[in-house]
Write a new protein. Structure first.
Length: 338
């Protein structure tokens, strides 16, 4: 069987977490397995094109051009909930890949072919020593994108060091693991809106692998990870809990904490190691690629109709409305009203 040529298309770089984990790490692992997997080149010769949500305007013309070629299999990888902006990509991709059940359920109304592939473990040195935390000292830390800082402020917690762009410590992909291991507790509050619910467990996953206790919001992805890794339920903060009280109970010993981080490492590598994630990715892509030749033809025609309709809409709005202001146009037996 011919080994497919795979090209990942992204406007991100390795400093961006989603691009690093869902493009660069996957492509590197595929090359290790003997696949011809490249990033942002050899697009015309690729059998599989993987578009990562990373810049609508730059991706769109490449996506349209690729969709018009009958032998291209198009994958769209998205790890956020963006209802309208990337709907075109979701609708006309042969396969959508996402890291969460929440996103799958949200996008199923647009595309039935959706696969869940978790983020790979994001650790620079897998054999690093576990952190030497002290809950009586309880130096607290938070890290992530600045857009999520409001959730931290809403907790009312004091004396929390932030590691982010422009934070107390500047986020750096090369030093983040060492920086985190200087602290005793990671706090992970999260706002329960569509953006928050669409996030993944990657920050909690990283901290537990490094040996750092985590106090996490009761988001589905954190709760599921805690169950999978046998992490104490008492370290999940519910909507009626006080973050400050939880931290004080940990410091005083009123809330005991016992956890086998070495056992957690073994489970994390089993479920979130690069070998398992790439295997899941390949299974999803290859299975769908063999099963949707007719679907590709249908999607190509649907896309052309959508583009034609959009072009007509733009033309109509530049002209004076006729009669009642409604225009009816038929295209291949399909009637459009404007």
């Amino acid at each position: 069987m011919k080994i497919p040529k795979i090209t990942f298309i992204t406007n991100g770089n390795e400093d961006i977490g989603s691009t690093r984990l869902r493009v660069y790490r996957i492509a590197e692992a595929l090359r290790g397995l003997g696949y011809d997997a490249v990033i942002n080149r050899d697009i015309d010769n690729a059998d599989i094109l993987v578009f990562q949500k990373s810049g609508f305007s730059a991706l769109l013309p490449l996506f349209i051009k690729a969709r018009r070629e009958k032998n291209k299999f198009l994958v769209f990888d998205i790890d956020d909930y963006i209802d309208d902006k990337y709907r075109f990509f979701v609708a006309y991709a042969d396969l959508v890949v996402t890291p969460s059940c929440y996103l799958r359920d949200k996008y199923l109304k647009v595309n039935r072919n959706i696969a869940i592939v978790d983020n790979v473990l994001d650790i620079r040195q897998p054999d690093c020593r576990l952190a030497q935390f002290d809950l009586r000292r309880l130096n607290k830390v938070w890290f992530g994108n600045r857009s999520n800082l409001q959730a931290l402020h809403d907790t009312g917690l004091k004396d929390v060091t932030t590691i982010t762009s422009g934070g107390d410590i500047e986020w750096n992909a090369e030093t983040i693991d060492r920086d985190l291991q200087q602290f005793d507790l990671l706090v992970l509050p999260q706002v329960k809106d569509s953006n928050g619910l669409a996030k993944s467990n990657c920050r909690m996953l990283k901290a537990l692998y490094l040996g750092i206790p985590v106090l996490a919001q009761n988001m589905p992805f954190y709760v599921d990870l805690a169950r999978r890794l046998n992490y104490p339920e008492s370290m999940i903060v519910t909507d009626i809990d006080s973050w400050t009280e939880k931290c004080e109970d940990l410091r005083s010993g009123k809330l005991p904490f016992h956890y086998d981080f070495q056992a957690a490492r073994r489970l994390i590598l089993q479920y979130y190691g690069i070998e398992n994630i790439v295997d899941l990715w390949l299974r999803a892509v290859c299975a769908q690629k063999e099963d949707c030749k007719m679907q590709r033809l249908i999607k190509r025609w649907k896309m052309e109709i959508c583009l034609l309709r959009t072009a007509i809409q733009r033309w109509v709005f530049t002209k004076r409305r006729l009669n009642s202001g409604r225009i009816r146009i038929k295209f291949f037996g399909i009637s459009f009203k404007f």
